[in-house]
Design a protein. Structure first.
Lengths: 284, 126
């Protein structure tokens, strides 16, 4: 969630309307259970925006004292009703509970604005990005030799190990190089802005990927010229995924589900999938 | 300003299809799939998944132009399955893999929380 529309009712501050509107857009808003909110463009209840697809935040500040006053994100007043109890609240993590600064006001200056926060994705605007930093690494000991470190005397001394190195065994001296090894462990560092918990960011990311793939599956199997003859047809697809999963887990994953794979109703030769080359020979 | 709307990079236009298949006439059992409004996220993922299939001889993708939000995925199989089937199976397998990853992630996360390991790095201010 992020502020996407700003209706300026009064602005006598020294900053231009669009300048403040931009700053408002960048304020992180709580997005917990954001699935309760629809995209405005998909909303069936309204033409522009409504309580199902947006959250309204009111900002009204006026400096009455002689001192210069700061307007903070906590001064945004969230109006009800909202899609759920979390969505749209400004993220405030500092000890004083102020949130980010929006602008400063001198005596008798005033801003009054109505802000409409909407759901969006970072591809449209970076203000909707839930993360500020994502780290990725594999093979911290460089056992696979995908990296060729530059060094003066000894690369092991000159290049510091990353924190992820503790998760893997360091290579032994004189260990032969395994040229057929593939990377199997991948390390991600996810830093959230505060609108979503980092675990929610990861889970949401996985879900979006699945939705993208589901759309492709739907299109590919929808007008499948071969129909059901090969058992890949649309009506069977839920089974198909289940079967694929069981096979997948039998090949190297050690989950409680894995052991039962061959014995389930989907296993073995009971479905057309059992006979496909995918079934047994393995993709791993 | 003549900049295209940003949502055109991820919303399908009117009558636009997500995926279209075009057979490669030069080689047997090869096809080029054109994905609309998708990028490297899906392209690279499908490409690498297809490479794990024993029946796929070739899989590769390209984004013809960085300002046009499409990518082309070329798949060639050994003939025992069509490229379309291979792609469909790759998609399904990826969905299952991601489901597994999601479940395992949740399990591990909850476990860590129970142990009291400070997994969230103090980001509890929300």
């Amino acid at each position: 969630m992020a502020i996407d529309l700003v209706e300026v009712q009064a602005n006598t501050s020294s900053l231009a309307d669009e300048f403040i509107a931009h700053r408002l857009g960048l304020i992180p808003l709580n997005s917990k259970n954001v699935d309760d909110v629809t995209y405005t463009r998909d909303c069936e209840y309204c033409d522009q925006y409504c309580e199902h697809c947006s959250v309204t935040l009111d900002l009204h500040a006026r400096c009455t004292g002689d001192e210069i006053m700061k307007v903070y994100a906590r001064d945004l007043v969230v109006s009800e009703p909202r899609p759920n109890e979390w969505v749209g609240m400004p993220v405030i993590t500092d000890a004083l509970g102020l949130g980010s600064v929006i602008c400063k006001l001198r005596k008798d200056q005033e801003i009054r604005m109505k802000c409409i926060a909407k759901k969006g994705i970072a591809k449209e605007h970076a203000k909707w990005a839930p993360t500020s930093a994502v780290g990725f690494e594999y093979d911290p000991h460089n056992k696979l030799k995908h990296l060729d470190y530059w060094y003066e005397e000894d690369p092991a001394k000159e290049w510091p190990k990353s924190n992820n190195a503790a998760w893997e065994d360091a290579p032994q001296d004189g260990e032969p190089f395994d040229y057929s090894a593939n990377p199997a462990k991948f390390y991600f560092d996810v830093e959230s802005i505060g609108n979503l918990e980092p675990d929610a960011v990861v889970l949401q990311g996985i879900k979006v990927l699945q939705q993208k793939l589901a759309l492709v599956i739907q299109e590919l199997s929808g007008d499948d010229r071969n129909g059901d003859a090969d058992g890949f047809g649309a009506p069977r697809s839920p089974d198909g995924m289940q079967a694929g999963g069981d096979y997948g887990m039998n090949q190297g994953y050690t989950t409680p589900f894995g052991d039962t794979g061959g014995q389930t109703m989907y296993g073995g030769g009971t479905t057309p999938f059992g006979a496909t080359p995918y079934g047994q020979s393995g993709w791993q | 300003m003549n900049a295209p709307d940003r949502f055109e990079t991820f919303l399908l236009g009117d009558g636009e299809k997500k995926v279209t298949e075009e057979a490669d006439t030069r080689v047997q059992s090869a096809s080029v799939f054109t994905f609309n409004k998708e990028d490297h996220t899906l392209g690279n993922m499908l490409r690498s998944r297809l490479k794990q299939s024993p029946n796929v001889y070739f899989s590769g993708y390209k984004v013809p132009h960085p300002l046009v939000s499409t990518f082309e995925l070329r798949v060639q199989t050994d003939g025992s399955i069509t490229p379309r089937q291979a792609l469909l199976q790759a998609c399904k397998d990826l969905v299952t893999d991601l489901g597994l990853l999601s479940r395992e992630f949740t399990k591990e996360w909850e476990l860590r929380k129970m142990v009291g390991d400070n997994v969230d790095g103090g980001a509890n201010g929300v």
